[in-house]
Write a protein that binds this ligand. Sequence first.
Ligand SMILES: Nc1ncnc2[nH]cnc12
Ligand SMILES: [Zn+2]
Length: 330
Amino acid sequence: MSLPKAELHLHIEGTLEPELAFELATRNGVELPYADTEALRKAYRFEDLQSFLNLYYELMAVLRTERDFEDLANAYLARAAAQGVRHAEIFFDPQAHLARGVGMGTVVEGLWRALGSSEDNHGVSTQLILCFLRDESADSAMATLEAAKPYLDRIVGIGLDSAEVGHPPVKFREVYEAAAALGLRRVAHAGEEGPPAYITEALDVLGVERIDHGLRCMEDEELVARLVRERIPLTLCPLSNVRLRTVDVLADHPLPAMLDAGLLCTVNSDDPAYFGGYAGDNFDAVGQTLGLSEDRLRELACNSFLASFLEHDEERRARYLAEVEAYEFG
Ligand SMILES: Nc1ncnc2[nH]cnc12
Ligand SMILES: [Zn+2]
């Protein structure tokens, strides 16, 4: 669906399509434990978040040079643009690269080669969000923030991802405080597999402005009321939820109930190469399977721009919102 939209929950490493993975493996002399793209695609059957993360981290071995990160980002931006994405706030996972000896500069400069010219090349404005891996230590997160300091002009904010259960937000209190002092915006994954209490903690302890996923808020009526009252955006990822078995089937997804409750929901793709669809595919899927009306789809698209970190450019935001209003469904 080419309805104009912002993508606010997208891991750039999760856009690594099998074809590009093999191309980069060949270019860098990295051996992948899969015979070909077809064999790799067959590995894309996940039991839960961890089983996905195992493959996600394994395949990152092919990303080694600035050019690799540039190619990865350009491939994503071209696909996103074709599906109506006008603005993308893109996560990256530096710790997963630093651990392999790939430096912060290689990652950020490589991504920036694509992001810096994205408006001209793809018609997509972009921002970059550095994510900490919550299954690594708080000290490691702090060292990562330190390593990012020379690149802060390229980074709008910080996030928190990877294995959620057992790694509550409070573990990262100090690093979020340090990031806030640097003027960085704050988001965090919470309530994907973890309990509603992690959502509350992310708001109260980490001071986040958006919750990534947040699906499990629906188990706590008071929390839902608070999220509605405080207009906290949730960056939902419906196809991801099905692939990672957070919901059994898309038809059971709580998105309609969440919209009815007045939550500020957005629809995003998370790791589109792994979960069977980019942003527009997610919109198509919820439109068709959940029977969302055109008004609801338009509301989701408007929400994405309202929830974005575009305050510095209200003129642009107004232009994007006008594009949503003017969009004609086919
Ligand atoms: N859906 C997800 N949840 C947590 N960490 C992630 N890293 C990449 N995708 C993720
Ligand atoms: Zn995610």
